[in-house]
Design a protein around this ligand. Structure first.
Ligand SMILES: [Zn+2]
Ligand SMILES: [Zn+2]
Length: 112
């Protein structure tokens, strides 16, 4: 970014004094450079990161299953962990059916 002195029209040079950056002219004109660009970018990045975190939290795949996890060998892929739940099938006087769903391949089967 090139800036010219409003007083004399000369090219302003970047100078650092007392730890602050100025655009200074040989005529004595001086104006501080506001370097919030980096900070701004950092803030945006932080926001983005926070957003990403939130996205992971709301991802339904990451939701803790309400079903119980048990050790059951999946008949399809032989994975040893499955979630289980019970469902009342036909009529209320019949025993409920226990369902299993493989945590790996999502294969669902039932046991009576
Ligand atoms: Zn000047
Ligand atoms: Zn499986």
């Amino acid at each position: 970014m090139v800036e010219f002195c409003p007083e004399c029209g000369s090219l302003l040079r970047k100078t650092i004094s007392n730890g602050k950056t100025y655009l200074a002219c040989r005529c004595g004109f001086k104006k501080p450079i506001i370097i919030d660009d980096k900070k701004k970018r950092k803030k945006i990045e932080e926001k983005k990161k926070a957003l990403e975190k939130n996205l992971i939290v709301v991802n339904p795949e990451d939701k803790i299953s309400v079903n119980l996890i048990v050790n059951r060998i999946c008949p399809k892929c032989k994975y040893s962990k499955a979630e289980t739940w019970q469902e009342q099938t036909r009529s209320a006087d019949e025993p409920s059916t226990t369902f299993f769903r493989c945590l790996k391949c999502k294969n669902t089967w039932r046991e009576y």
